[in-house]
Design a protein around this ligand. Structure first.
Ligand code: SAM
Length: 245
């Protein structure tokens, strides 16, 4: 069979597309993507012409079978999402599982992801973390998830839509209590902005601002929150320095 390549594409800045991603996209037989118009624009920018097949969260199961069929017939397929790394809160999980079950080789072509970009610049990075992604939209469910995450000792990464940011920050402050957090907006784009402060400060900022664009939140873990307050436990960076000494 052919190979399924999981190809990361830029989250804003086109210069972030890797040389290998470009070569892979130019060499495969088929590109499976969320929004064919968007991916067509990217490929045109790269001077690449390829057959595209749309594969998104509402795609019929038959679409997955078509892609698996192409792979089993020996075709090489690249899976891309609208932005960043496929499967990170984007489609592909089921396709990869089914491809592996069929004995198809799955190869990552790593690159940009908003989660990792926000995390490395947050000020809480260097140790373990949890990538949560989007919280439930319903307030009750969201607060329940947050209650379950409250005592998690390491930083947590959330994706959020601008129009839900205020509600989410308010619930975070309410359920987690005040603790350090970082808000990354429009990463790698012209209006990139990274705010670092306490949840309370971010709530106040979001109340005053006309919040737009794509947002990733990184919230300090329970351990960091306590150690900053009490100055008792070493931060994850200090632990890392110790481990490297
Ligand atoms: N697969 C993508 C990745 O690798 O980051 C994420 C896809 S997810 C459907 C879209 C969410 O990612 C947005 O709602 C936002 O929370 C986050 N995001 C995407 N691009 C971003 C950017 N340039 N800056 C900040 N957050 C971003």
């Amino acid at each position: 069979p052919g190979t399924l390549f999981i190809v990361s594409t830029p989250i804003g800045n086109l210069e972030d597309l890797s040389a290998r991603a470009r070569r892979t996209l130019s060499e495969v037989d088929l590109v499976a993507c969320e929004d064919t118009r968007r991916t067509r624009a990217l490929l045109t920018h790269l001077g690449i012409q390829k057959p595209l097949v749309s594969y998104h969260k509402d795609s019929p199961r038959k679409r997955e079978e078509d892609i698996l069929g192409a792979l089993l017939a020996g075709k090489h397929v690249a899976l891309v999402s609208d932005a960043g790394t496929p499967l990170l809160q984007d489609p592909g999980g089921e396709l990869v599982r089914r491809a592996l079950a069929e004995g198809i080789r799955v190869v990552p072509v790593p690159g940009p992801s908003a989660a990792l970009a926000a995390w490395v610049a947050s000020g809480f990075a260097g140790g373990p973390f949890l990538f949560y992604g989007f919280l439930p939209r319903r307030k009750g469910e969201r607060r329940k998830v947050l209650a379950d995450l409250r005592d998690f000792p390491y930083p947590i990464i959330f994706y959020e839509a601008p129009h839900r940011l205020r509600a989410t920050l308010a619930d975070l402050l309410d359920v987690f209590g005040d603790r350090p957090a970082s808000l990354a907006r429009e990463l790698t784009k012209v209006h990139e902005e990274i705010l670092r402060g306490s949840l309370e400060e971010l709530v106040r900022w979001a109340e005053a601002a006309d919040v737009r664009g794509e947002i990733t939140l990184v919230v300090a873990g329970a351990e960091e929150a306590t150690s900053r307050e009490e100055g008792l436990q070493p931060s994850s960076e200090e632990r890392l320095a110790e481990a490297l000494a």
